[in-house]
Design a protein around this ligand. Structure first.
Ligand code: ZN
Ligand code: ZN
Length: 249
């Protein structure tokens, strides 16, 4: 009902300013400019933006991981933006403000971002399955939806890729990663996910693209990638709307 009176398309999804419906991604000009679009070089492993002064292909964290012999389990990550104030307000509106409609817009952003690096056909042939990082049942009940699933569904539809939101199950809640050390983070997330038995055959030898809203410590994506690979997945990449800087390895 409220959507009829105040169509969500009339307002910038970031600052709420009135816009017209010709604006890309439902962002006003100011917010479009304020987004930290990841258009420059990025880490070939985790997708975080690289500073022009960063040597090589890897960010500091990934280089440290490689050097210490425990690289991330996923193959490659992509993030459309760096995490700043605008990205945060869009993600918060989706996750905590009940704005499920933003999931579709973020899926559109993810798709356009991937098209900047791959042809549409190449992208459609690049993965066997797209899935989303699951949230715990309690959270889903409270929120009414899994935000990553909304983003993933919109992306997969545009990319022409099969979407399976039910591949993974989150078996328990976890503590916020902020403030935890590297070992605590791993312990916090270890065993928090399971693969549905019915999906095990299709994972064997497959290329999987995992969708999430934000890549922060990498612990969650890493845990899922390691689980999928231990069940025979050949390649696991991830695609997130935003990536936050994180020096903890
Ligand atoms: Zn705005
Ligand atoms: Zn990296």
């Amino acid at each position: 009902m409220l959507d009829l009176v105040y169509p969500p398309g009339l307002y910038c999804i970031c600052c709420g300013k009135i816009i017209d419906d010709s604006r890309a991604y439902r962002l006003c000009n100011d917010c479009m400019k304020s987004m930290n679009w990841n258009t420059g070089r990025s880490c070939s492993k985790c997708g975080r933006p690289l500073a022009e002064t960063d040597p090589g292909e890897l960010c500091f964290g990934c280089a440290q991981r490689e050097a210490s012999g425990r690289p991330y389990s996923f193959d490659a990550g992509h993030a459309c933006t760096g995490y700043g104030a605008c990205e945060q307000s869009v993600i918060f509106a989706l996750k905590y403000g009940g704005r499920a409609d933003i999931g579709d817009t973020l899926g559109e952003i993810l798709y356009d971002f991937m098209l900047s690096g791959y042809g549409a056909d190449e992208l459609a042939a690049g993965y066997d399955i797209v899935t989303a990082v699951p949230i715990h049942g309690d959270k889903r009940k409270k929120r009414g939806f899994n935000h990553a699933e909304l983003i993933g569904r919109s992306f997969a539809k545009r990319a022409g890729l099969p979407f399976d939101p039910g591949m993974l199950v989150r078996t328990r809640g976890t503590l916020p990663m902020k403030g935890l050390g590297p070992e605590e983070r791993r312990a916090n997330i270890r065993g928090a996910f399971e693969i549905r038995n019915s999906r095990l055959p299709m994972i064997q030898g497959s290329g999987i693209l995992l969708i999430d809203d934000i890549f922060t410590t990498g612990s969650t994506i890493d845990e899922i990638a390691s689980l999928l690979k231990s069940h025979g997945a050949e390649r696991v990449d991830f695609l997130a709307f935003s990536a936050a800087g994180d020096m903890i390895i």
